[in-house]
Design a protein around this ligand. Structure first.
Ligand code: CP
Length: 332
């Protein structure tokens, strides 16, 4: 499903004039649409038995993860391998970071191995941009602190576009730990850029103070935020980023902000349920909803993640591969 014509690349413009993918902030709507459209081609390939394209053969991809991950790390690794790259993973917990090596020394070490692309997850907001400034290849942000998780937003948008048929005008309710969520931030930026009507619902303690600066409607009443929603995106309670006092207890949080079958009845008929994972079952979402294939797109989100990451790796390495029309001249 290609993007509507008003999201077409303007005549003579570079299709994606960025060296790195550090966030959704700063991307124009048609640049987001380029990545979504590029991802479509990989969905069918990924459903075949033989899943190789190999257009990136000979290139080296380093996945440097300073924070735990299942979905993002594995899908970036699979994406790179399906495109033919030599892919290596650096888990900070098993690296010289544990011996006290600084982030800048680790960065210089990775760069000296001449990678063609580096994918980074870090628990510090801004760390990925810092690294991107010091290396000679494109960098993809796989999640930095509370800041951004751009490929998660892209895979969420691709899932919505395929299941609902459009993003513009779609009513999306994002509920949960908005304060600590880089997913919420990237999703809000992307979905509002493409014209969705976004609502956020959270307890006052988990609502960012600067929510008025985002183009969203903020609710502390989850039931009200669900009225007529076409997509309900539940967020994980990020207990690892809390030092107590944000919620009285998981049980009380569930009573007010957990997605149950009763609450889901308030949405538009057949509203789509999403969650970036990993889930706290019985806290932000009940298992009967999470596991209902008619309503839940949670597994499909993971599938779209591989296609989106293949698209991002392909697009960001085009200037290095001298693909016509994708050169570094004209980059932002
Ligand atoms: N959604 C997401 O980022 O999941 P992981 O932490 O497992 O990568």
């Amino acid at each position: 499903m290609p993007s509507p014509s008003h999201l077409a690349v303007p005549q003579g413009a570079h299709p994606f004039p960025h060296r790195h993918l550090l966030g959704i902030a700063g991307l124009r709507p048609w640049e987001i649409a380029v990545l979504l459209d590029e991802a479509e081609q990989w969905i069918e390939l990924n459903r075949l038995t033989a899943k190789h394209d190999d257009r990136l053969a000979g290139l080296t991809q380093i996945n440097a993860f300073f924070e735990n991950s299942t979905r993002t790390l594995l899908s970036f690794e699979i994406a790179g391998k399906r495109l033919g790259m030599d892919v290596v993973n650096m888990h900070a917990a098993q690296s010289s970071v544990k011996k006290g090596e600084t982030l800048l020394d680790t960065t210089a070490t990775l760069n000296a191995m001449r990678p063609d692309v580096i994918v980074i997850r870090h628990d510090m907001s801004g760390a990925v941009a810092l690294i991107a400034d010091k290396v000679d290849c494109p960098v993809l942000n796989a999640g930095d602190g509370r800041h951004e998780h751009p490929t998660q937003a892209l895979l969420d948008a691709l899932t919505i576009r395929r299941r609902i048929g459009r993003i513009e005008g779609t009513v999306v309710t994002i509920c949960g730990d908005v304060l600590h969520s880089r997913v919420a931030r990237s999703d809000i930026l992307l979905l509002t850029a493409l014209g969705a009507e976004v609502r956020v619902a959270a307890p006052p303690t988990l609502m960012p103070a600067a929510v008025d600066r985002l183009a969203v409607a903020a609710y502390t009443d989850f039931d009200a935020a669900l009225e007529g929603a076409e997509v309900v995106m539940m967020l994980r309670l990020q207990l690892e980023r809390m030092e107590g006092g944000f919620v009285a207890s998981p049980r009380e949080y569930h009573a007010f902000y957990g997605l149950t079958a009763e609450r889901l009845a308030r949405t538009a008929p057949d509203a789509l349920v999403m969650h970036p994972g990993p889930m706290n079952r019985g806290v932000e979402i009940t298992s009967d909803i999470a596991d209902d294939p008619k309503r839940s797109a949670i597994v499909e989100q993971v599938e779209m993640g591989v296609a989106v990451r293949m698209a991002c790796l392909d697009v960001l390495t085009r200037a290095r591969r001298h693909v016509e029309g994708w050169g570094a001249e004209g980059w932002a």
